[in-house]
Design a protein around this ligand. Structure first.
Ligand code: ZN
Length: 513
């Protein structure tokens, strides 16, 4: 019954809203009729567009719009509503910093840089160096704090004075962004003007990029982002697999990262990698870090451009307080080193790799001493039966003896498609999220019961390792491509790497027994 009443209430609200909207539409319609047919705007009225509600309302000219972001839509007939309107994005935390400075020291003019996109449609204004990867045309911007705005003419005088004194251009004409702030009724009010290349001024709409607390509010409920915000994940190897795992974990709300890789973004990687040609030559660690900041500027990201095989002690220091390690490197030596670190610090570590030409892949989750370690699984026989993808010259060179010439080594590099790597990355992400939210009341809790296996295999195509598999067709009871298989893999109690610990535990047991 209660539910029924709720439904009725909801329906009544919808009908009421619809009636309100109909009235507004009628009012706007009348206004447009007068403007277009009569050829001029009614002298005491104007059309206001509220970007928050996406509503058009007719208002008297001296009336203050309820939303300070609302703009006068006065070019409707000519250009459409946004014909000459620009959107100007600013980071709330940066504005808050300069506002505090203005309050204390009355520094009322702040130089800024704006990046312009799409012929002046969108600008991003920064008062300090952007952490995220950025693009666009850099243009000079000025932020001005005023004691009050005054009337429209007074505001335009201020803007014109800034244009004439501060933004005088020696070179070719370009855009400039002038942002005005004041405090009215205890609230920060803002207006933004864009000086066009031809010297004219247009008013734009300010949009704020919120501070930390609001950034992830949308995904709350699916994942307890406040829980994951404190989690720290170490990712070793930032090729196409590791980098896409990093991005997904940042999107899921993980707050702290350690990124380790010594490779740089090269032309040959770009097609498969999350980074693009704009990152060529950069360390993958730093380029990926900037992509992560683009998802969440409040992340803590530590990077290390080291080969873990020759810097083991430094690697340990970097990883020892991580909640989880992702091992996405492309060689077994580094995997065994990470396995040792996992066992030494008892950190759950997920190993992922692609097989020859990415025909498929496998994932091993190492929960130290609670399941198999890498050495329990990656035996000589196993490695021969499931050979990995060789996607880089460096990796191929390491795999071959020194007497094999470079051109022959090069011929062994056979890369798979990015779309063949992504399913493996995606499963790594799921396993990582399950591990990080284990025992917590998260939206993916039921997956804990599904993902009980420590070893998973995936086939992209019936090639190489999977050549003998039956076709998928309509079957669901035979092994097939494009499905995950969790395999039961017991811990090897005489494992050369993790077996010893079993003795210790036994010893303790008998001691207490
Ligand atoms: Zn083991």
């Amino acid at each position: 019954m209660q539910e029924f009443i709720e439904v009725i209430r909801g329906t009544v609200e919808i009908v009421e809203t619809a009636l309100e909207v109909t009235n507004v539409i009628q009012e706007v319609h009348n206004f447009l009729q007068e403007t277009v047919l009569g050829g001029k705007t009614p002298p005491d009225q104007q059309l206001i567009f509220d970007p928050m509600t996406s509503e058009l309302v007719v208002q008297r000219k001296n009336e203050r719009p309820s939303n300070p972001d609302a703009v006068v839509a006065d070019n409707i007939a000519k250009e459409g509503f946004f014909g000459e309107t620009s959107f100007v994005y600013m980071h709330e935390d940066q504005i808050s910093t300069i506002y505090q400075r203005w309050k204390v020291s009355q520094i009322n003019q702040v130089p800024a840089v704006a990046f312009g996109f799409d012929e002046g449609e969108v600008f991003h204004v920064y008062t300090s160096q952007p952490k995220a990867h950025f693009a666009g045309i850099p243009v000079t911007s000025i932020i001005q704090f005023l004691p009050q705005f005054g009337n429209n003419d007074e505001v335009l005088n201020v803007v014109n004075e800034i244009v004439n004194t501060r933004l005088y251009q020696h070179g070719k004409p370009s855009y400039n962004v002038i942002v005005l702030f004041t405090i009215e009724e205890d609230k920060l009010q803002h207006r933004v003007f864009i000086k066009q290349p031809d010297g004219s001024l247009n008013e734009g709409i300010v949009k704020f990029i919120p501070e930390r607390s609001e950034l992830y509010s949308r995904s709350q409920g699916l994942l307890e982002t406040s829980l994951l915000e404190d989690s720290k994940v170490g990712i070793v190897g930032l090729g196409s697999g590791g980098s896409s795992v990093a991005i997904e974990l940042a999107k899921a709300g993980i707050g702290n990262f350690v990124l380790i890789d010594f490779d740089r973004v090269e032309l040959g990687n770009v097609a498969r990698h999350t980074c693009g040609t704009g990152d060529l030559g950069r360390y993958k660690t730093k380029a990926v870090r900037d992509l992560l900041y683009g998802k969440n500027p409040y992340l803590q990201v530590e990077t290390a451009e080291i080969d873990i095989n020759t810097n083991l002690e430094q690697t340990k220091l970097l990883l020892k307080d991580c909640d989880l390690i992702i091992a996405a490197t492309d060689n077994n030596r580094s995997r065994f080193n990470l396995n040792s670190i996992a066992l030494e610090y008892e950190i759950t570590t997920i190993f992922g790799r692609a097989l020859t030409r990415a025909c498929g892949g496998d994932i091993l989750r190492v929960r130290p001493f609670a399941g198999p370690c890498l050495a329990c699984v990656f035996t000589k026989d196993f490695l021969e039966s499931r050979q990995e993808e060789v996607s880089q010259f460096r990796q191929a060179r390491e795999d071959n003896p020194a007497y094999v010439p470079d051109n022959e080594v090069k011929a062994t590099v056979q890369v798979g498609l990015s779309s063949d790597i992504l399913p493996i990355s995606n499963m790594i992400v799921k396993l990582a999220l399950v591990e990080l939210s284990r025992g917590k009341d998260s939206g993916i809790k039921s997956l804990e019961e599904d993902l009980i296996a420590d070893f998973y295999i995936w086939a992209n195509r019936r090639d190489n390792t999977y050549e003998s598999w039956p076709k998928m067709e309509y079957g669901s009871k035979t092994p097939s491509v494009l499905r995950w298989y969790g395999a039961k893999w017991e811990r090897n109690l005489s494992c050369a790497v993790c077996g010893e610990r079993q003795d210790t535990i036994n010893g303790d047991d008998s001691f207490f027994g």
